[in-house]
Ligand binder design. Structure first.
Ligand SMILES: O=P(O)(O)OC[C@H]1O[C@](O)(CO)[C@@H](O)[C@@H]1O
Length: 402
């Protein structure tokens, strides 16, 4: 049971204001994405017709769920039938869009494109960039630094890996100051509490962590594949290798979602990439998977258009049994705190009080939702930038609920 009462819910974020960020996602990003998908894979006439149809009638018309797909019933989204996409909760509208896109390309089959990830060309290209190579080169010098420094750098690498256009920061900063460049961009920074939870030490407040010595499990709820998943895996490897956790469970999407969200195939690609690059971490991660110290979970709720407050009992039990759950990325943050226009100073610990165990959010800010700011931070951000800091992806946060 939560020990802190949940705050009065704020309005759910929708896309109906043409001047809003969510509106631009539906009206501009989604059509652009359909075109990119169409160009990236030589789909046949049937899939191209379906993509064109989605482009024509997609978000500009009303929601028309297919009769033969029970995803719409499972998550109770068929109730939106006949409504404008813009009138739906933003989270639901985006989730429904990705379901429709996968259907259009024949992902759910039957047929030759069953199981073919329409986003795979983009995900693979990301691993094959000079920036990605430089990040791995930076691992050598990092491994010579004291372990606490390594952990701090890997944690912030995982955080900034969520920034779409940046990748992680190991190559741009010395290991010793790896967090300095990014810390000025952190709008909330619970790094010290999180390091305590990760290492099983007492919290800075003096309170013992929920985890006791021995037999510790970490859940990491992954976000994007490619250059975000690599630093996530490096962090997991460090935590397992140095005995901070005995097991790690990596939560992945059961199928492609929100363009680059990581699936099992993407994870295997990432581990393969690390092995091929002859990193020790790659070999260790490969072994950890085969020995079951690193396990993969693909719960259907991971692609549900719902906040984590509505998670099913079996997923709740998974998180409850972990000593710490780390939620990566913007979408997971929206689902963790609820995709609502909270007053920015609403305490993070209050909106996550329902969560069954210690949870940390690592996120760059790419959508309107925010909690846990101090009044001073909020007013400094607004004075400097108006509201653009919410969605520009240049700011980040680390927040913890014990
Ligand atoms: O990959 P992330 O960090 O979850 O970010 C995805 C974000 O992108 C958006 O889809 C907007 O383009 C947001 O709605 C979403 O929260």
């Amino acid at each position: 049971m939560p020990d802190t009462p949940a705050p009065t819910p704020a309005p759910v974020i929708r896309s109906d204001d043409p001047a809003s960020f969510p509106h631009s996602v539906l009206a501009e990003r989604h059509p652009a994405l359909i075109r990119k998908v169409r160009d990236a894979t030589p789909y046949g006439p049937e899939q191209r017709r379906a993509l064109d149809e989605l482009l024509r009638n997609g978000t500009e018309s009303v929601l028309d769920p297919p009769a033969d797909d029970d995803w719409w019933d499972t998550w109770n989204v068929r109730r939106y039938t006949g409504r404008s996409w813009y009138s739906l909760p933003f989270l639901a509208a985006e989730s429904c869009f990705y379901r429709q896109l996968l259907r259009a390309v024949g992902y759910f089959g039957p047929g030759p494109f069953q199981g073919v990830d329409p986003f795979r060309p983009f995900k693979l290209a990301e691993l094959d960039t000079p920036e990605a190579a430089a990040e791995l080169t930076a691992l050598g010098p990092l491994s010579e630094r004291p372990l606490p420094e390594q952990l701090r750098a890997l944690l912030h690498g995982s955080l900034w890996g969520n920034r779409a256009d940046l990748g992680f920061r190991l190559q741009t900063t010395g290991a010793g100051d790896s967090d300095t460049a990014g810390s000025s961009q952190l709008v909330a920074d619970d790094t010290e509490s999180l390091l305590s939870l990760l290492t099983g030490r007492s919290l800075p407040t003096g309170a013992p962590t929920a985890a006791s010595a021995g037999d510790r499990t970490l859940c990491l709820v992954a976000d994007n594949a490619g250059r975000e998943l690599i630093p996530d895996l490096l962090l997991v490897d460090h935590l397992l290798t140095h005995g901070h956790f005995d097991r790690a469970v990596l939560h992945l999407k059961p199928y492609p979602y929100f363009v680059s969200d990581a699936t099992t195939a993407d994870t295997l690609d990432a581990v393969h990439h690390l092995v091929t690059a002859k990193t020790d971490a790659g070999t260790r991660l490969h072994t950890a998977l085969t020995e079951g110290r690193l396990t993969l979970r693909t719960h259907p709720f991971s692609c549900a258009p719902l906040p984590y407050a509505d998670m099913p009992a079996d997923l709740r039990a998974d998180f409850a049994s972990a000593d710490l759950t780390v939620m990566k990325g913007d979408l997971n943050y929206r689902r963790l705190v609820g995709d609502r226009l909270w007053p920015p100073t609403t305490p993070f610990t209050e909106v996550t009080s329902y969560f069954p165990g210690p949870v940390a959010a690592l996120r760059t800010l790419k959508s309107d939702v925010i909690t846990g700011l101090t009044p001073r931070t909020e007013s400094a951000l607004v004075t400097a930038e108006g509201q653009t800091w919410r969605t520009s992806g240049t700011r980040a946060l680390i927040q913890v609920k014990v």
